[in-house]
Write a protein that binds this ligand. Structure first.
Ligand SMILES: Nc1ncnc2c1ncn2[C@@H]1O[C@H](COP(=O)(O)OP(=O)(O)OP(=O)(O)O)[C@@H](O)[C@H]1O
Length: 279
């Protein structure tokens, strides 16, 4: 997975991809080319997974009888450009998070390729912060991990705490993260990540966890981040969030890209699909 800028390659590649070719005036930031992602699940049928049985299989060079494969993303292809905010929608288990993790470089595709022009940052509900450290220490660690120097951390610290709203009802920032509600923790994670502009920002449901005021602040911030030249991907089950923030949407169903186009068109088709499925 490329994390180095590769502009010349991008220019060439954009010309060879079929009808999803990047228009000449827009710079591609992410190219997903016929990507398949397959998970291997061990112990799927239970039973024969004792260490002794595993050792015996290894000695006999046999595969685990209980290994199963889940084909989570099936031949997805698209090109994303600088300045775009792209929504990803689909039913539960349709492959949205898997696709984001592949763009972030955290999951190797079984086949196909993901090219990224710039460093993707995945901001998920599960993004790693240290539970036993205080919110305060996590802000510092998070900023350092994003490449800020100590002076920049100092400069951004108060702004991050204020944005998160963690201290609105008392001095919670000096308490360990494990004492936070899941919504508070998600707000802090978002606030840390949003303090910096990103080449490619991947947001997995993190915006859904805050209250209305926080959601409004974060939507504004995502707009600014887009303006600062990045590309933003947003996975959400909240159709309003997708409509408010993204002008383009990808609809995944059972791992297949069903639609890729202007948000309103895609959302109407997706909502119609969801309605008929419920009947
Ligand atoms: N670590 C894993 N190991 C095995 N299978 C997995 C793993 N993670 C996801 N899957 C499977 O991959 C498929 C896609 O899952 P994914 O989490 O990407 O879907 P999603 O669209 O993000 O779902 P949701 O809307 O419920 O969050 C599902 O069938 C899921 O069971």
């Amino acid at each position: 997975m490329a994390d180095q800028p590769v502009p010349s390659f991008f220019d060439e590649q954009a010309e060879t991809l079929d009808d999803r070719v990047a228009p000449a005036d827009r710079e591609p930031t992410v190219i997903v080319d016929d990507v398949h992602i397959v998970y291997r699940v061990y112990g799927a049928s239970g039973g024969r997974n004792s260490p002794t049985a595993a050792l015996s299989r290894i000695l006999r060079r046999q595969n685990s009888p209980s290994m199963r494969e889940v084909h989570a993303v099936k031949g997805v292809t698209f090109v994303a450009h600088k300045g775009e905010a792209i929504g990803i929608v689909g039913s539960n288990g349709s492959g949205k998070s898997t696709l984001l993790r592949a763009i972030a470089g955290l999951l190797p595709p079984r086949s196909g390729t993901v090219y990224t022009n710039g460093q993707p940052s995945l901001l998920g509900v599960n993004a790693a912060l240290m539970n036993d450290l205080t919110g305060e220490r996590n802000v510092v660690l998070g900023c350092l991990a994003m490449g800020m120097n100590p002076a920049q951390v100092k400069q951004h610290y108060q702004q991050i705490v204020d944005f998160s709203g963690i201290n609105e009802r008392g001095d919670f920032i000096s308490l360990p993260m494990r004492t936070y509600s899941s919504g508070m923790a998600a707000r802090l994670r978002f606030s840390i990540a949003a303090a910096k502009s990103h080449d490619v920002l991947l947001i997995d449901e993190a915006l859904a966890t805050g209250d209305a005021a926080f959601q409004k602040r974060s939507e504004e911030r995502v707009r600014e981040l887009r303006g600062q030249a990045g590309t933003v991907f947003v996975v959400s089950h909240q159709n309003r969030t997708i409509r408010d923030m993204c002008e383009r949407t990808l609809w995944l169903e059972a791992g297949v890209l069903r639609m890729d186009g202007p948000t309103e068109e895609v959302m109407s088709a997706y909502e119609e699909f969801s309605r008929t499925r419920r009947r």
